[in-house]
Design a protein around this ligand. Structure first.
Ligand code: MEV
Length: 301
């Protein structure tokens, strides 16, 4: 009785998406696998973290688990023990908490014989995300439930993109965990300080996203890479980049990446670099690893 939630990367538009601007994102192959079995006590255990939270525990995982169990369409549920295996770094911008939420929702559905569409799974796992992130745009749980390459606008159904050529990415992990909630609050404070300027940045990101969509649909990696670089400038201006992220981005560009940027909430976590071939990908990954950071290659679309 297992459920899978994939990780995700944001290609363009993180943070701005919280304020209603579209974003482009892609599902990853790696993620979280969860299994639910009847048990004496309902609980959620996560490996490799070694956590074991009974239903109703006053921890973030315990509260999130209770939220999705209590809101289940077949509630009240018999006691179920969910065991999750997490193959994503947490707090790294790859959608780990959303992937766990989606995996848990799917495992509960399997165990109770409830058939749900991806859209329903995405909606129910938003309750989970709220426990961790306060004011999530819904992008993470939606992408994680659907996968593929898509354009997302807060509150609207996901729009799948017609990807002309699969996108090859290198993901570099700074190893610095960051809090999405804190980073989103930091951006909100910048908006309070100068709303007119903030709105100009939102308009600029909206234009990058719409051009990014055209680039993906046309298979134009060169244009998409340039748009990613421009998005990175705007994210840095919102104080979301770090020295480690900048170092990895610089190394990726120097090793021939078409473009590179942080992905997700920033303040640590991961960056992505767009590359044209497996050969370029290997060179970019090596350049990131030479700085002492972990990197992996993936293809999306
Ligand atoms: C986090 O993966 C993406 C953010 O835009 C937050 C959100 O969309 O809720 C930073």
């Amino acid at each position: 009785m297992s459920g899978f939630g994939r990780g995700k990367v944001i290609l363009l538009g993180e943070h701005a998406v919280v304020w209603g601007v579209p974003a482009l994102a892609a599902g990853l192959d790696r993620g979280v696998l969860a299994e639910a079995r009847p048990a004496r006590i309902a609980a959620l255990a996560c490996a490799p973290w070694g956590t074991d939270d009974p239903l109703g525990a006053d921890t973030e995982l315990g509260r999130a688990f209770s939220a999705v169990v209590e809101a289940h369409p077949r509630a009240p549920l018999p006691p179920l023990r969910v065991e999750a295996s997490v193959a994503l770094p947490a707090g790294a911008g790859l959608g780990c908490s959303a992937a766990l939420g989606v995996a848990v929702v799917r495992a509960l559905d399997e165990a109770t014989g409830h058939a749900a569409s991806d859209a329903e799974v995405a909606e129910r796992s938003l309750t989970w995300e709220r426990v961790f992130h306060g004011n999530p745009s819904g992008l993470d749980n939606t992408m994680v439930a659907h996968g593929g390459v898509a354009r997302y606008v807060r509150g609207a159904p996901l729009e799948r993109l017609d990807v002309r050529r699969p996108l090859r990415l290198v993901v570099g992990d700074s190893g610095e965990p960051s809090s999405t909630r804190a980073m989103v609050e930091g951006v909100a404070r910048q908006r309070e300080r100068d709303e007119a300027r903030f709105d100009k940045s939102l308009a600029a990101i909206a234009a990058l996203v719409e051009n990014g969509r055209l680039a993906i649909e046309a298979g134009d990696a060169h244009a998409l890479g340039q748009l990613m670089d421009l998005n990175q400038h705007l994210l840095s201006a919102w104080m979301l980049s770090t020295t480690a992220l900048e170092d990895m981005i610089g190394a990726a560009r120097a090793a021939g990446a078409k473009g590179a940027k942080l992905t997700g909430a920033g303040g640590g976590g991961c960056m992505i670099a767009l590359v044209e071939s497996a050969e370029h990908g290997a060179a970019v990954a090596r350049a990131i690893e030479a700085l002492g950071f972990a990197a992996f290659e993936t293809e999306v679309g």
